[in-house]
Design a protein around this ligand. Structure first.
Ligand SMILES: Nc1ncnc2c1ncn2[C@@H]1O[C@H](COP(=O)(O)OP(=O)(O)OP(=O)(O)O)[C@@H](O)[C@H]1O
Ligand SMILES: [Mg+2]
Length: 300
């Protein structure tokens, strides 16, 4: 379980993170979505303990990353946005070297490395130098490294970038396996369509602030066809009437009737019979991408 608590981060005078809080529960896959520069990588770097927050803390399985770093980071696997490896090292040798940081003896690390390399699909390339690895192979190598200590929590920063469709499908399978095993998975992406197939929940960050957290169910219902209705007043009576024709959502000054079982003109008639004046009614069908931009747009 990953709990991010009220984290602030400054780079000089620039506030990159402003009171960021959210959690990733065990057995849950959370997508971390925002535009370039929103603060995703900064959050992840703080959560894995390579960057120090100016305020707040991150708890990994209950251990503070700032006060109990060794214990906390032992339970975290991290795939950085731009993994940096020793280019002249052979992949398996380098894996063994990194495993040394976790106190794993060389022989055991080598066995474990072969197993993990098979798992992530680079078994054949174990003895190749890392500089001979393609972008996708580097990501797979980074995935194997993130699994060295068999952690309960994973943070993947733009892990899908540079992967081909087969690589994306592989990552999806792996993330779902982690979920089944009760691990917590956070993965950042600025493309919502990538997140759509995978995340149970989506945390939206914009200009360093968490602006929304939605379950995938909620996002999908936002993306269903709906009637957006503006009436002279919104009250329980209105919600009850609309409830007979679909799912009702009240947002700002409008009411949304999701998957309506009635057409607009019949609905206007029904409502006026009950004393509601319809000022505006239109059909809306946002795509997931639009849901994302709508959430972000509301913040401006
Ligand atoms: N080391 C640093 N020094 C100064 N500014 C930084 C540093 N790291 C990040 N920033 C700034 O903090 C903000 C957040 O950056 P971050 O890398 O967290 O964004 P991101 O959401 O990961 O973006 P992307 O989608 O492009 O990966 C940006 O404005 C960035 O310029
Ligand atoms: Mg980033």
């Amino acid at each position: 379980m990953i709990v991010i608590e009220n984290v602030d981060k400054y780079f000089g005078k620039f506030k990159a993170l402003d009171n960021v809080s959210f959690e990733v529960r065990n057995g849950e896959i959370v997508g971390y979505v925002g535009l370039n520069g929103a603060g995703k990588t900064t959050t992840i770097r703080i959560a894995v303990g390579v960057l120090y927050p100016d305020k707040g803390d991150v708890l990994i399985n209950g251990y503070s990353i700032t006060r109990e770093k060794r214990k906390a980071s032992y339970h975290v696997g991290w795939v950085p946005e731009l993994p940096i490896f020793e280019p002249d090292a052979k992949a398996l040798d380098y894996f063994v070297y990194l495993a040394g940081y976790y106190g794993i003896p060389a022989g055991e690390a080598r066995r474990m490395g072969r197993e993990l390399f098979e798992k992530v699909g680079i078994g054949e390339a174990a003895d190749k130098k890392l500089k001979q690895y393609s972008q996708g192979m580097k990501k797979r190598f980074a995935l194997a490294v993130s699994m060295i200590n068999n952690p309960d929590n994973f943070l993947f920063d733009e892990v899908l970038n540079g992967l081909d469709p087969e690589g994306i499908a592989f990552f999806r399978k792996l993330a779902l396996e982690f979920k089944r095993e009760g691990r917590a998975v956070l993965f950042s992406s600025h493309i919502l369509s990538e997140v759509e197939n995978l995340a149970d929940r989506v945390v939206f960050i914009h200009k360093g602030r968490i602006i929304a957290v939605h379950t995938m169910e909620e996002i999908k219902s936002m993306a269903k066809p709906a009637l957006r209705i503006k009436t002279d007043r919104v009250d329980e009576g209105l919600v009850k009437i609309l409830g007979e024709y679909g799912e009702v959502r009240v947002k700002d000054d409008a009411v949304y009737l999701i998957n309506p079982s009635i057409d607009s003109s019949s609905l206007i008639e029904k409502l006026s019979q009950k004393g509601y004046r319809v000022e505006e009614i239109n059909r809306v069908r946002p795509s997931l991408e639009e849901v994302f931009f709508k959430i972000i747009g509301e913040q401006k």
